[in-house]
Write a protein that binds this ligand. Structure first.
Ligand SMILES: [Zn+2]
Length: 459
Protein backbone atom coordinates (compact mmCIF):
# COMPACT_ATOMS: atom_id res chain seq x y z
CA UNK A 1 0.00 0.00 0.00
CA UNK A 2 0.96 3.66 -0.44
CA UNK A 3 1.36 5.80 2.66
CA UNK A 4 -0.76 8.91 3.07
CA UNK A 5 0.99 12.25 3.46
CA UNK A 6 0.08 12.48 7.13
CA UNK A 7 1.23 8.89 7.71
CA UNK A 8 4.62 9.75 6.24
CA UNK A 9 4.90 13.07 8.10
CA UNK A 10 4.11 11.40 11.43
CA UNK A 11 6.80 8.80 10.82
CA UNK A 12 9.31 11.57 10.04
CA UNK A 13 8.37 13.43 13.23
CA UNK A 14 8.73 10.26 15.30
CA UNK A 15 12.51 10.34 14.77
CA UNK A 16 12.63 13.23 17.25
CA UNK A 17 15.01 16.19 17.31
CA UNK A 18 12.49 19.01 16.85
CA UNK A 19 12.56 22.34 18.69
CA UNK A 20 8.86 23.08 18.83
CA UNK A 21 6.78 21.14 21.35
CA UNK A 22 4.74 19.18 20.64
CA UNK A 23 6.33 18.46 17.27
CA UNK A 24 3.14 16.75 16.07
CA UNK A 25 1.40 20.11 16.03
CA UNK A 26 3.25 20.84 12.84
CA UNK A 27 0.75 18.55 11.08
CA UNK A 28 -2.20 20.63 12.33
CA UNK A 29 -0.34 23.77 11.42
CA UNK A 30 0.38 22.62 7.86
CA UNK A 31 -3.26 21.59 7.44
CA UNK A 32 -4.51 25.00 8.57
CA UNK A 33 -2.03 26.85 6.42
CA UNK A 34 -3.04 24.81 3.38
CA UNK A 35 -6.64 25.83 4.05
CA UNK A 36 -8.04 22.53 5.13
CA UNK A 37 -5.85 20.11 3.14
CA UNK A 38 -6.22 17.03 5.37
CA UNK A 39 -2.93 15.50 4.14
CA UNK A 40 -4.74 12.27 3.37
CA UNK A 41 -3.55 12.13 -0.23
CA UNK A 42 -0.89 9.66 -1.28
CA UNK A 43 2.56 10.59 -0.07
CA UNK A 44 5.02 11.56 -2.76
CA UNK A 45 8.45 12.66 -1.53
CA UNK A 46 8.81 15.50 -4.03
CA UNK A 47 5.26 16.81 -4.09
CA UNK A 48 4.69 16.54 -0.33
CA UNK A 49 7.95 18.34 0.45
CA UNK A 50 6.99 21.12 -1.99
CA UNK A 51 3.68 21.45 -0.21
CA UNK A 52 5.32 21.71 3.21
CA UNK A 53 7.91 24.16 1.93
CA UNK A 54 5.13 26.51 0.84
CA UNK A 55 4.04 26.90 4.47
CA UNK A 56 5.48 29.75 6.51
CA UNK A 57 5.19 30.82 10.13
CA UNK A 58 5.51 34.47 10.91
CA UNK A 59 4.41 35.59 14.34
CA UNK A 60 7.81 37.08 15.03
CA UNK A 61 11.38 36.58 13.88
CA UNK A 62 12.19 34.15 16.73
CA UNK A 63 9.29 31.77 16.15
CA UNK A 64 9.85 31.94 12.40
CA UNK A 65 13.47 30.92 12.69
CA UNK A 66 12.62 27.97 14.98
CA UNK A 67 9.83 26.87 12.64
CA UNK A 68 12.10 27.03 9.58
CA UNK A 69 14.67 24.80 11.31
CA UNK A 70 12.02 22.24 12.20
CA UNK A 71 10.50 22.40 8.73
CA UNK A 72 13.82 21.73 7.05
CA UNK A 73 14.47 18.75 9.36
CA UNK A 74 11.04 17.36 8.50
CA UNK A 75 11.55 17.85 4.75
CA UNK A 76 15.01 16.29 4.76
CA UNK A 77 13.55 13.14 6.32
CA UNK A 78 10.57 13.01 3.97
CA UNK A 79 12.85 13.25 0.91
CA UNK A 80 14.46 9.97 1.97
CA UNK A 81 11.24 8.13 2.78
CA UNK A 82 9.69 5.40 0.69
CA UNK A 83 6.02 5.93 -0.20
CA UNK A 84 5.39 2.21 -0.43
CA UNK A 85 4.70 0.35 2.81
CA UNK A 86 4.00 -3.33 3.10
CA UNK A 87 1.82 -3.88 6.14
CA UNK A 88 0.99 -7.49 5.28
CA UNK A 89 4.60 -8.67 5.10
CA UNK A 90 5.40 -6.73 8.26
CA UNK A 91 2.59 -8.62 9.95
CA UNK A 92 3.79 -11.99 8.69
CA UNK A 93 7.24 -11.28 10.16
CA UNK A 94 5.73 -10.55 13.56
CA UNK A 95 2.85 -13.04 13.62
CA UNK A 96 4.80 -16.18 14.53
CA UNK A 97 6.11 -14.64 17.75
CA UNK A 98 2.70 -13.58 19.03
CA UNK A 99 1.26 -16.86 20.45
CA UNK A 100 4.12 -17.29 22.96
CA UNK A 101 3.62 -13.71 24.11
CA UNK A 102 -0.13 -14.31 24.53
CA UNK A 103 0.82 -17.17 26.83
CA UNK A 104 3.29 -15.09 28.83
CA UNK A 105 1.25 -11.93 29.34
CA UNK A 106 -2.32 -13.27 29.36
CA UNK A 107 -1.84 -16.94 30.19
CA UNK A 108 -3.70 -18.10 27.07
CA UNK A 109 -2.78 -21.00 24.78
CA UNK A 110 -2.95 -21.31 21.01
CA UNK A 111 -3.66 -17.65 20.28
CA UNK A 112 -3.98 -16.77 16.57
CA UNK A 113 -3.64 -13.08 15.63
CA UNK A 114 -5.92 -11.81 12.87
CA UNK A 115 -4.36 -10.71 9.60
CA UNK A 116 -4.69 -6.90 9.34
CA UNK A 117 -7.40 -5.66 7.01
CA UNK A 118 -6.78 -2.27 5.47
CA UNK A 119 -9.85 -0.09 4.95
CA UNK A 120 -10.35 3.40 3.58
CA UNK A 121 -12.91 4.08 6.35
CA UNK A 122 -14.64 2.17 9.18
CA UNK A 123 -16.16 -0.24 8.27
CA UNK A 124 -15.72 -0.23 4.51
CA UNK A 125 -17.60 -3.08 2.85
CA UNK A 126 -19.95 -3.64 5.82
CA UNK A 127 -21.46 -0.39 7.11
CA UNK A 128 -20.71 3.31 7.28
CA UNK A 129 -21.71 3.96 10.91
CA UNK A 130 -18.22 5.17 11.74
CA UNK A 131 -17.35 6.58 8.33
CA UNK A 132 -16.18 9.85 9.91
CA UNK A 133 -14.19 8.20 12.71
CA UNK A 134 -10.48 8.82 12.40
CA UNK A 135 -9.13 5.90 14.45
CA UNK A 136 -5.79 4.38 13.65
CA UNK A 137 -7.09 0.82 13.90
CA UNK A 138 -9.93 -1.14 15.48
CA UNK A 139 -10.11 -4.70 16.74
CA UNK A 140 -13.62 -6.05 16.25
CA UNK A 141 -14.30 -8.73 18.88
CA UNK A 142 -17.16 -11.23 18.94
CA UNK A 143 -19.63 -8.99 20.81
CA UNK A 144 -18.81 -6.03 18.55
CA UNK A 145 -19.03 -8.23 15.47
CA UNK A 146 -22.69 -8.96 16.33
CA UNK A 147 -23.42 -5.32 17.20
CA UNK A 148 -21.79 -3.87 14.10
CA UNK A 149 -22.35 -6.63 11.56
CA UNK A 150 -18.63 -6.66 10.82
CA UNK A 151 -16.47 -9.83 10.83
CA UNK A 152 -14.12 -10.34 13.81
CA UNK A 153 -10.65 -8.97 13.03
CA UNK A 154 -8.19 -6.08 13.14
CA UNK A 155 -9.00 -3.17 10.82
CA UNK A 156 -6.51 -0.45 9.85
CA UNK A 157 -7.43 2.86 8.28
CA UNK A 158 -5.11 3.28 5.32
CA UNK A 159 -4.50 7.01 5.60
CA UNK A 160 -3.58 6.56 9.28
CA UNK A 161 -0.88 3.95 8.66
CA UNK A 162 2.52 5.26 9.71
CA UNK A 163 5.80 3.28 9.75
CA UNK A 164 6.85 2.65 13.36
CA UNK A 165 3.38 3.21 14.78
CA UNK A 166 1.92 0.31 12.79
CA UNK A 167 4.41 -2.18 14.23
CA UNK A 168 3.12 -1.28 17.69
CA UNK A 169 -0.51 -1.10 16.52
CA UNK A 170 -0.44 -4.70 15.34
CA UNK A 171 0.41 -5.71 18.91
CA UNK A 172 -2.05 -3.25 20.49
CA UNK A 173 -4.91 -4.71 18.45
CA UNK A 174 -3.69 -8.29 19.11
CA UNK A 175 -3.81 -7.45 22.84
CA UNK A 176 -7.50 -6.63 22.53
CA UNK A 177 -8.10 -10.01 20.93
CA UNK A 178 -6.16 -11.67 23.80
CA UNK A 179 -8.15 -9.67 26.35
CA UNK A 180 -11.35 -10.99 24.83
CA UNK A 181 -10.21 -14.51 25.69
CA UNK A 182 -8.56 -13.79 29.04
CA UNK A 183 -10.71 -11.09 30.61
CA UNK A 184 -14.04 -10.35 28.92
CA UNK A 185 -17.29 -11.82 30.16
CA UNK A 186 -18.26 -14.07 27.20
CA UNK A 187 -20.56 -12.56 24.56
CA UNK A 188 -21.03 -9.26 26.43
CA UNK A 189 -19.88 -5.82 25.40
CA UNK A 190 -17.90 -4.76 28.46
CA UNK A 191 -15.35 -2.00 27.90
CA UNK A 192 -13.21 -0.47 30.65
CA UNK A 193 -11.04 1.96 28.69
CA UNK A 194 -8.30 2.56 31.26
CA UNK A 195 -7.83 -1.17 31.80
CA UNK A 196 -8.34 -2.44 28.23
CA UNK A 197 -6.55 0.35 26.39
CA UNK A 198 -3.98 0.85 29.14
CA UNK A 199 -2.88 -2.78 29.08
CA UNK A 200 -3.09 -2.98 25.27
CA UNK A 201 -0.75 0.01 25.13
CA UNK A 202 1.87 -0.99 27.68
CA UNK A 203 1.84 -4.74 27.06
CA UNK A 204 1.72 -4.06 23.30
CA UNK A 205 4.92 -2.04 23.70
CA UNK A 206 6.55 -4.78 25.79
CA UNK A 207 5.60 -7.32 23.12
CA UNK A 208 6.98 -5.38 20.15
CA UNK A 209 10.23 -4.91 22.06
CA UNK A 210 10.32 -8.60 23.00
CA UNK A 211 9.89 -9.51 19.31
CA UNK A 212 12.28 -7.04 17.70
CA UNK A 213 14.70 -5.97 20.46
CA UNK A 214 14.81 -2.79 18.41
CA UNK A 215 15.70 0.19 20.62
CA UNK A 216 15.24 2.68 17.80
CA UNK A 217 11.75 1.43 17.08
CA UNK A 218 10.89 1.68 20.77
CA UNK A 219 12.10 5.30 20.89
CA UNK A 220 10.04 6.08 17.79
CA UNK A 221 6.95 4.59 19.40
CA UNK A 222 7.57 6.80 22.42
CA UNK A 223 7.87 9.89 20.22
CA UNK A 224 4.54 8.96 18.64
CA UNK A 225 3.08 9.03 22.11
CA UNK A 226 4.77 12.12 23.51
CA UNK A 227 4.97 14.32 20.40
CA UNK A 228 2.06 13.33 18.15
CA UNK A 229 -0.65 11.69 20.23
CA UNK A 230 -0.55 14.53 22.77
CA UNK A 231 -2.23 16.72 20.17
CA UNK A 232 -5.26 14.38 20.15
CA UNK A 233 -7.67 14.46 23.11
CA UNK A 234 -8.83 10.92 22.44
CA UNK A 235 -5.30 9.56 22.69
CA UNK A 236 -4.56 11.60 25.81
CA UNK A 237 -7.40 9.74 27.48
CA UNK A 238 -5.60 6.51 26.51
CA UNK A 239 -2.44 7.84 28.14
CA UNK A 240 -4.25 8.02 31.48
CA UNK A 241 -5.06 4.35 31.04
CA UNK A 242 -1.51 3.46 30.21
CA UNK A 243 -0.21 5.27 33.27
CA UNK A 244 -2.65 3.35 35.49
CA UNK A 245 -1.77 0.05 33.81
CA UNK A 246 1.94 0.77 34.37
CA UNK A 247 1.40 1.59 38.05
CA UNK A 248 -0.71 -1.54 38.47
CA UNK A 249 1.99 -3.69 36.84
CA UNK A 250 4.76 -2.05 38.91
CA UNK A 251 3.00 -2.75 42.19
CA UNK A 252 1.20 -6.00 41.42
CA UNK A 253 3.40 -7.51 38.68
CA UNK A 254 2.04 -9.87 36.06
CA UNK A 255 0.60 -12.58 38.38
CA UNK A 256 -1.74 -10.12 40.12
CA UNK A 257 -2.74 -8.48 36.83
CA UNK A 258 -3.59 -11.88 35.38
CA UNK A 259 -5.66 -12.63 38.49
CA UNK A 260 -7.49 -9.30 38.07
CA UNK A 261 -8.22 -10.08 34.43
CA UNK A 262 -9.62 -13.45 35.41
CA UNK A 263 -11.77 -11.76 38.05
CA UNK A 264 -12.96 -9.35 35.39
CA UNK A 265 -14.10 -12.23 33.22
CA UNK A 266 -16.00 -13.85 36.08
CA UNK A 267 -17.17 -10.85 38.12
CA UNK A 268 -17.15 -7.95 35.64
CA UNK A 269 -20.27 -6.31 37.08
CA UNK A 270 -19.42 -6.78 40.77
CA UNK A 271 -16.28 -4.69 40.58
CA UNK A 272 -16.29 -0.90 40.52
CA UNK A 273 -13.61 -0.39 37.83
CA UNK A 274 -13.62 3.37 38.26
CA UNK A 275 -12.95 2.99 42.01
CA UNK A 276 -10.07 0.63 41.25
CA UNK A 277 -8.55 3.25 38.91
CA UNK A 278 -8.93 5.94 41.58
CA UNK A 279 -7.30 3.78 44.25
CA UNK A 280 -4.31 2.92 42.03
CA UNK A 281 -3.88 6.61 41.26
CA UNK A 282 -3.97 7.33 45.00
CA UNK A 283 -1.01 5.02 45.52
CA UNK A 284 -2.99 2.19 47.09
CA UNK A 285 -1.56 -1.27 46.41
CA UNK A 286 -3.75 -2.90 43.74
CA UNK A 287 -3.99 -6.04 45.92
CA UNK A 288 -5.99 -3.90 48.36
CA UNK A 289 -7.57 -1.69 45.70
CA UNK A 290 -9.28 -4.63 44.00
CA UNK A 291 -10.81 -5.90 47.25
CA UNK A 292 -12.04 -2.39 48.17
CA UNK A 293 -13.57 -2.05 44.70
CA UNK A 294 -15.56 -5.29 45.02
CA UNK A 295 -19.26 -4.47 45.31
CA UNK A 296 -20.68 -8.02 45.46
CA UNK A 297 -21.95 -9.90 48.50
CA UNK A 298 -19.14 -12.44 48.92
CA UNK A 299 -16.15 -10.28 49.69
CA UNK A 300 -14.20 -12.94 51.63
CA UNK A 301 -14.63 -15.54 48.91
CA UNK A 302 -13.62 -12.97 46.31
CA UNK A 303 -10.47 -12.01 48.24
CA UNK A 304 -9.45 -15.66 48.68
CA UNK A 305 -9.98 -16.31 44.99
CA UNK A 306 -7.80 -13.37 43.96
CA UNK A 307 -5.04 -14.58 46.30
CA UNK A 308 -5.27 -18.16 45.03
CA UNK A 309 -5.27 -17.08 41.36
CA UNK A 310 -2.33 -14.78 41.90
CA UNK A 311 -0.28 -17.51 43.54
CA UNK A 312 -1.16 -19.89 40.68
CA UNK A 313 -0.09 -17.32 38.11
CA UNK A 314 3.21 -16.90 39.99
CA UNK A 315 4.16 -20.31 38.64
CA UNK A 316 4.11 -18.74 35.15
CA UNK A 317 6.30 -15.98 33.74
CA UNK A 318 6.55 -12.54 35.34
CA UNK A 319 7.88 -9.27 33.96
CA UNK A 320 11.57 -9.43 33.02
CA UNK A 321 14.22 -6.69 32.83
CA UNK A 322 13.20 -5.70 29.30
CA UNK A 323 9.57 -5.38 30.36
CA UNK A 324 10.59 -3.16 33.27
CA UNK A 325 12.67 -1.09 30.91
CA UNK A 326 9.64 -0.50 28.67
CA UNK A 327 7.46 0.13 31.72
CA UNK A 328 9.69 2.85 33.13
CA UNK A 329 10.39 4.33 29.71
CA UNK A 330 6.70 4.83 29.02
CA UNK A 331 5.94 6.04 32.54
CA UNK A 332 8.54 8.77 32.06
CA UNK A 333 6.37 10.94 29.86
CA UNK A 334 6.27 14.27 31.69
CA UNK A 335 5.86 16.93 28.99
CA UNK A 336 8.67 19.51 28.73
CA UNK A 337 8.39 23.19 29.57
CA UNK A 338 7.59 24.98 26.34
CA UNK A 339 9.28 28.39 26.47
CA UNK A 340 8.20 31.37 24.36
CA UNK A 341 10.33 31.51 21.17
CA UNK A 342 12.30 34.56 22.38
CA UNK A 343 13.36 32.79 25.59
CA UNK A 344 14.08 29.57 23.73
CA UNK A 345 16.30 31.37 21.22
CA UNK A 346 18.04 33.17 24.09
CA UNK A 347 18.65 29.86 25.86
CA UNK A 348 20.36 28.62 22.69
CA UNK A 349 22.34 31.84 22.45
CA UNK A 350 23.76 31.02 25.91
CA UNK A 351 24.57 27.48 24.81
CA UNK A 352 26.57 28.89 21.90
CA UNK A 353 28.18 31.53 24.14
CA UNK A 354 29.40 28.76 26.48
CA UNK A 355 31.50 27.42 23.59
CA UNK A 356 33.10 30.80 22.80
CA UNK A 357 35.77 31.14 25.40
CA UNK A 358 36.84 34.68 24.44
CA UNK A 359 33.51 36.05 25.70
CA UNK A 360 33.69 34.41 29.13
CA UNK A 361 34.11 36.30 32.39
CA UNK A 362 34.37 35.12 35.94
CA UNK A 363 33.08 36.63 39.15
CA UNK A 364 36.22 37.35 41.30
CA UNK A 365 34.26 35.91 44.25
CA UNK A 366 34.22 32.56 42.44
CA UNK A 367 38.03 32.40 42.50
CA UNK A 368 39.43 30.82 45.68
CA UNK A 369 40.84 33.53 47.95
CA UNK A 370 44.31 32.02 48.07
CA UNK A 371 44.68 32.35 44.29
CA UNK A 372 43.47 35.93 43.89
CA UNK A 373 46.75 37.67 44.70
CA UNK A 374 48.43 35.68 41.89
CA UNK A 375 46.21 37.25 39.24
CA UNK A 376 47.40 40.55 37.84
CA UNK A 377 44.69 43.15 37.31
CA UNK A 378 42.04 41.31 39.34
CA UNK A 379 39.66 43.79 41.04
CA UNK A 380 37.10 42.64 43.60
CA UNK A 381 34.37 44.71 41.91
CA UNK A 382 34.98 43.84 38.32
CA UNK A 383 34.26 40.68 36.31
CA UNK A 384 37.52 39.23 35.08
CA UNK A 385 38.02 37.97 31.49
CA UNK A 386 38.72 34.24 31.56
CA UNK A 387 41.08 34.56 28.59
CA UNK A 388 43.47 36.54 30.81
CA UNK A 389 43.85 33.75 33.35
CA UNK A 390 46.91 31.52 32.96
CA UNK A 391 46.32 27.83 32.26
CA UNK A 392 47.92 27.03 35.63
CA UNK A 393 45.43 29.21 37.53
CA UNK A 394 42.49 27.89 35.49
CA UNK A 395 43.40 24.34 36.50
CA UNK A 396 43.31 25.35 40.16
CA UNK A 397 39.77 26.78 40.02
CA UNK A 398 37.60 23.76 40.48
CA UNK A 399 34.56 23.61 38.18
CA UNK A 400 35.64 26.77 36.41
CA UNK A 401 33.58 25.84 33.35
CA UNK A 402 30.38 26.05 35.43
CA UNK A 403 31.29 29.50 36.75
CA UNK A 404 31.46 31.33 33.44
CA UNK A 405 29.52 34.55 33.14
CA UNK A 406 28.40 36.42 30.02
CA UNK A 407 28.21 40.22 30.10
CA UNK A 408 24.85 41.77 29.32
CA UNK A 409 26.68 44.05 26.89
CA UNK A 410 27.78 40.95 24.91
CA UNK A 411 24.19 39.78 24.42
CA UNK A 412 22.50 40.88 21.17
CA UNK A 413 20.06 43.72 21.87
CA UNK A 414 17.01 41.71 20.74
CA UNK A 415 17.77 38.88 23.21
CA UNK A 416 18.25 40.97 26.37
CA UNK A 417 14.61 40.73 27.42
CA UNK A 418 14.89 36.97 26.82
CA UNK A 419 17.85 36.83 29.21
CA UNK A 420 15.84 38.79 31.79
CA UNK A 421 12.95 36.34 31.48
CA UNK A 422 15.27 33.32 31.85
CA UNK A 423 16.82 34.90 34.96
CA UNK A 424 13.37 35.53 36.44
CA UNK A 425 12.71 31.79 36.08
CA UNK A 426 16.10 31.10 37.66
CA UNK A 427 17.10 29.19 34.52
CA UNK A 428 20.23 31.38 34.50
CA UNK A 429 21.72 33.47 37.30
CA UNK A 430 21.79 37.26 37.01
CA UNK A 431 24.55 39.16 38.83
CA UNK A 432 25.71 42.69 39.28
CA UNK A 433 29.49 42.92 39.55
CA UNK A 434 30.60 46.52 40.03
CA UNK A 435 28.73 48.53 37.40
CA UNK A 436 27.94 45.62 35.15
CA UNK A 437 25.16 43.05 34.79
CA UNK A 438 26.28 39.49 33.95
CA UNK A 439 24.50 36.17 33.45
CA UNK A 440 25.78 32.75 34.53
CA UNK A 441 24.17 29.98 32.41
CA UNK A 442 25.27 27.16 34.74
CA UNK A 443 24.09 29.04 37.83
CA UNK A 444 20.47 28.15 37.08
CA UNK A 445 21.47 24.88 35.43
CA UNK A 446 20.38 25.94 31.93
CA UNK A 447 22.72 23.55 30.04
CA UNK A 448 21.42 20.63 32.13
CA UNK A 449 17.83 21.73 31.56
CA UNK A 450 18.42 21.60 27.80
CA UNK A 451 20.33 18.31 27.96
CA UNK A 452 17.60 16.56 29.95
CA UNK A 453 15.01 17.56 27.34
CA UNK A 454 12.94 19.51 29.86
CA UNK A 455 12.99 22.68 27.74
CA UNK A 456 11.48 23.07 24.28
CA UNK A 457 9.99 25.89 22.25
CA UNK A 458 6.31 26.82 22.45
CA UNK A 459 4.26 27.28 19.29
ZN1 LIG B 1 -7.30 -0.10 21.59
Amino acid sequence: MILSERGAIRAAIAHGGFHLYPAGRIIEYIKQSLLGDELKENFDPIRTVEKINSVSFAIDAFSQSVFEEDKSLLCSRLKEMDAEYDLESLFSKIADSIPALAKKYYGIEGFKPSVPRIVEYFFQGYNDLYKDADWFAFNVNNAESKELGVPVGAYYKRDQVSPGMTEFSILHEANHAMQEIASLPPGVHHYVPWLDEGLADIIGRMMIYAITGDEKLLRKIKYFKTEIEVTDSRKISYHFGEQLACLMLMRGRLPLVKALLKARKEHAFEIDWGALAESIKSGIDPHIGIINSYKGTKKDTFQKKIMRDESNFRKEADLNQNDLKVLTMFLACQPPAALPPLEYKTAHFFMEAIKKEHSHFIDPAAIPEGLRHNIAGLQPNSAFPLSELSEGIKKKIEGIETKIAIKESDIPENLISGAEALANKYFIVKKRIGEEILFEPYGGGLPFRLASGEIRCAW
